[in-house]
Design a protein around this ligand. Structure first.
Ligand code: SF4
Ligand code: SF4
Length: 449
């Protein structure tokens, strides 16, 4: 009996890991990535490791071009906004924790001066890379990519440039600069790759999103960047944080609109009530934080349709995590599985709370009293965890099968291996038709590091 239970847990872990990851073919997630994560989880479990990293949250800097309402990062690290992690430290963090997936966030990661080399170095390590961006510099980075491509494959790229100008995603003057070579970067550019995703921050439709990020025009720029990325063959995901004022119907409209653009998937998380963000909200904006952040009860009320959303939209979340958000089950927190490394060190105990920074991931694992934080059986072990139901704390628990229930295995199989939901029903326009003089595409090789 015990053997069967542990086999079921292993199987859940094997298949369930994937919601941390993504889609290929018409499946919800790409099979090779599923297998890579599955291998990582199984390998650790066979070695008897109880705690290990599945996703590294890498914050190479906290500088940002925006000042979103509710952002804890730019407030908590306001005194070190100019600091950046050396490239070597970023790659060493990935090597040390071994997580197969690296989410490069911040701050705005596209402001990191070595972002191209970082992505290339992570690809060399076979990591699955997510660049979590506010979208404002994506088109600039894709212009760099086009400039490099033009040098390698001029006739095909010239044709793509014309199409992008016609779609008003590139100005005629930038197209000319790409053709003349004046925009060609000195470093490698970020290129489409099966292990690479743009992960664009979108908290609602245009009016809502622009209010939250405190700048008009950001939503429109994100949509232009997503359109351009899909035309160029990039994989694109979006991440949405749910707040007290979020209208669930608006999030449904957002997902439907994004499906028309060919977006590959979405992550979803309730907002966490950072102390620094709450202080900023009260002092700078005069907003009562209780009117902005969700309690557990309010999260469950707001996300009561989360399970149905998982069936209707390509959400990257396990069915168990979506049931948790909808209040249908409890999960323990497993913050150790998504560690955060930033300019100050390994943030402990978790992505949200800061009791200190550790020199190594191992130190974070060994010196943290994990029984003193998180949530067990629905009860907070630390008052700061009371209202947390976030992706960073609970998605790994679901993915690792830490609190399995009968029927989980079948749900996960259906979720991961069933057809990918396509709410738009229409075929999205994600690629250009064949150019007149098609040349074989060349794949840009990452620079040696
Ligand atoms: S874009 Fe991200 S890092 Fe920048 S202020 Fe907004 S939430 Fe914070
Ligand atoms: S529940 Fe987990 S992820 Fe959330 S604040 Fe507590 S320790 Fe961090």
């Amino acid at each position: 009996m015990c053997f069967l239970i542990s086999m079921e847990r292993l199987a859940i872990a094997f298949i369930g890991n994937l919601p941390l990851i993504f889609n290929f073919i018409s499946m919800r997630f790409p099979l090779p990535l599923t297998l890579q994560i599955a291998g990582h989880i199984l390998g650790n479990q066979i070695r008897g490791r109880k705690k290990f990293a599945t996703v590294l949250q890498l914050e190479p800097l906290h500088t940002c071009n925006l000042t979103c309402t509710g952002c804890g990062r730019i407030r908590e690290y306001s005194t070190s906004l100019k600091d950046v992690m050396p490239l070597g430290d970023c790659l060493a963090a990935s090597d040390e924790c071994g997580a197969p997936m690296v989410s490069i966030c911040g701050g705005e990661p596209l402001l990191y001066p070595h972002i191209e080399q970082l992505v290339a170095g992570l690809h060399q390590r076979k990591r699955i890379v997510y660049v979590c961006t506010n979208g404002m510099f994506m088109r600039k980075k894709m212009r760099d990519y086009l400039a490099v491509q033009f040098q390698q494959n001029p006739s095909r790229t010239a044709w793509i440039l014309e199409e992008l100008v016609a779609e008003e995603l590139l100005t005629p003057s930038d197209a000319e600069k790409i053709r003349s070579g004046t925009l060609t970067p000195k470093h490698p550019a970020i290129a489409p790759h099966p292990r690479f995703y743009w992960n664009v921050h979108l908290d609602g439709l245009e009016t809502t999103h622009d209010i939250i990020v405190e700048r008009k025009g950001v939503f429109a720029e994100c949509i232009a960047a997503i359109r351009m990325a899909k035309i160029l063959g990039f994989q694109v995901a979006t991440n949405t944080t749910i707040y007290r004022e979020t209208d669930p119907a608006e999030i449904e409209h957002l997902f439907e609109m994004l499906s028309h653009l060919g977006v590959d998937g979405h992550t979803l998380s309730p907002g966490y009530e950072y102390d620094a963000a709450k202080r900023d909200m009260a002092d700078r904006l005069g907003i009562d934080p209780a009117k902005f952040f969700l309690t557990r009860k309010a999260t469950v009320e707001k996300l009561k349709n989360a399970v149905a959303w998982g069936k209707r939209y390509p959400i990257f979340g396990t069915p168990a995590f979506l049931e948790f958000l909808a209040g249908q089950r409890e999960l323990p927190c497993s913050a150790w599985a998504i560690p955060t490394r930033n300019v100050a060190g390994w943030k402990g105990p978790c992505y949200f709370m800061t009791d200190g920074h550790h020199a190594t991931y191992r130190d974070l694992l060994e010196k943290t009293d994990w029984s003193g934080v998180g949530v067990s059986d629905g009860k907070a072990n630390d008052p700061r965890c009371e209202n947390c139901m976030t992706h960073c704390g609970f998605e790994p628990s679901a993915a690792l099968g830490l609190a399995p229930q009968p029927g989980d295995l079948w749900k996960i199989i259906r979720f991961n291996f069933g057809p990918k939901p396509n709410p738009s029903k229409a075929k999205p326009r994600v690629t250009l038709s064949k150019p007149p003089h098609d040349e074989p595409a060349r794949i840009e090789q990452p620079a040696s590091l």
